[in-house]
Ligand binder design. Structure first.
Ligand code: GLY
Length: 399
């Protein structure tokens, strides 16, 4: 009996060590990533040459032609951000020049109070310019942008209005994606010493946790509030399959958003929320073997429905940061899942080959399926979060 007990304890010890040993990036995956970066350096420079200087690459049209947009569209920060990640890796002067040019073009957005996307735009462009080359001229841009975003905050609701005019007194819409704009506010408090940005970010994160989330850790896409009283009037979707479904990218934004909130506040509630979302995603019976989610976890027709590579990339990036804040076994589990996603995205059918798809990096994302917009296409943000996730994987230090 005593021998059995010792053997059992030994087995537990060996298993725990195995988990710990596997909790580090693999050389072979780093090689795959290095090959992706080599390709990406060429591809994104080509894309930079193809896109007019005052525009940004967004996606492909259904006929395969390139679709661009102006800085006002929510995705403008992603292309400059991708260039910054490439520059960090390759230190190539032409890439730096391209990143500086494209980032500069986003600056006008610091005054845009028309929607909540200012955080995406400014942090992916100027935020990375600051982080990657230490250019402090980005700081006043970040602070001004944060001031603009606070104009969309309502004390009555306790959240930042995502869509619609700030003067709309009938409806106040908040979407889960908005969690991604809070990083801008945390940064502004750090740089200015003014805690009001931080307080707004915390209020928004708390409101979202209370009203967007279901008990199983999945999130609604849109919450409608009464602007005067702050009461919830409706819970619904815009881009997902249905009001009660789990739209894949929305789940990804929420995961990433609460990881950032935990990084910035060290509030255990945000870490718990991020873990809850991660568990929902990774244990979901509809998560495919290659870990690239279907566009909606409840889409009818699974498994014969489209994937969303962008959601996969965002989830991988979020998991890699989250895995630094959890116990060893969970950390290994998150790292392994992020690695699986990176492996999948770095191969057929997701990653392009040189010159394919107008030099975007990833195929098979979905923007807004129910509106028949951006269906099974490359998207600039899929590329951005893929480069971010792979960079995080390369830089990953064993816990
Ligand atoms: N924030 C818009 C989207 O995820 O499609």
């Amino acid at each position: 009996m005593r021998h059995c007990k010792i053997a059992f304890l030994l087995l537990v010890f060996v298993l725990l060590n195995l988990v710990t040993i596997t909790a580090q990036p693999k050389k072979e995956v780093k090689k795959i990533i290095a090959a992706s970066y080599k390709l990406a350096n060429k591809q994104l420079l080509e894309l930079h040459k193809e896109v007019p200087k005052n525009l940004f690459p967004q996606t492909l049209n259904q006929d395969g032609t390139l679709k661009t947009n102006k800085s006002g569209w929510w995705t403008s920060g992603f292309f400059p951000g991708s260039l910054w990640y490439l520059y960090k890796n390759a230190k190539d002067a032409a890439i730096k020049q391209a990143a500086l040019e494209r980032t500069k073009l986003v600056e006008v957005e610091k005054l845009n109070v028309g929607d909540h996307d200012i955080g995406f735009k400014i942090m992916c462009s100027f935020g990375n310019q600051l982080r990657i080359i230490g250019d402090t001229s980005a700081i006043p841009v970040i602070i001004t942008a944060a001031q603009s975003l606070t104009k969309r905050f309502s004390a009555a609701v306790g959240a930042i209005r995502s869509w619609g005019s700030i003067t709309d007194n009938k409806n106040f819409l908040v979407i889960i994606d908005n969690m991604m704009n809070l990083e801008l506010l945390f940064a502004a408090t750090r740089f200015s010493g003014d805690s009001s940005y931080y307080k707004i970010a915390v209020s928004h994160a708390d409101k979202t946790m209370a009203n967007h989330y279901r008990n199983d850790g999945s999130s609604y896409h849109v919450i409608e509030y009464n602007p005067a009283t702050g009461a919830v009037t409706k819970k619904r979707t815009q881009q997902g399959y249905g009001d009660e479904s789990a739209w894949a990218r929305g789940q990804a934004w929420g995961l990433y958003g609460y990881v950032v909130c935990y990084r910035e506040t060290k509030d255990q509630r945000y870490l718990d929320q991020a873990n809850k979302v991660a568990q929902f995603l990774l244990r979901h019976p509809n998560l495919p073997k290659d870990k690239i989610p279907y566009w909606d976890f409840n889409a009818p027709g699974i498994p014969n429905v489209l994937r969303d590579a962008s959601a996969g990339a965002i989830i991988a990036s979020g998991l890699l940061e989250l895995s630094k804040s959890v116990n060893k076994a969970t950390s290994a589990y998150y790292l392994k899942n992020a690695e699986d996603i990176i492996r999948s995205l770095s191969a057929t059918p997701y990653r392009t080959v040189l010159g394919e798809s107008h030099n975007f990096l990833l195929k098979h994302s979905v923007g807004h399926l129910t509106a028949n917009s951006e269906v099974d296409v490359p998207l600039s943000y899929a590329d951005y979060y893929y480069l971010e996730a792979t960079k995080r994987y390369i830089d990953y230090k064993k816990k």
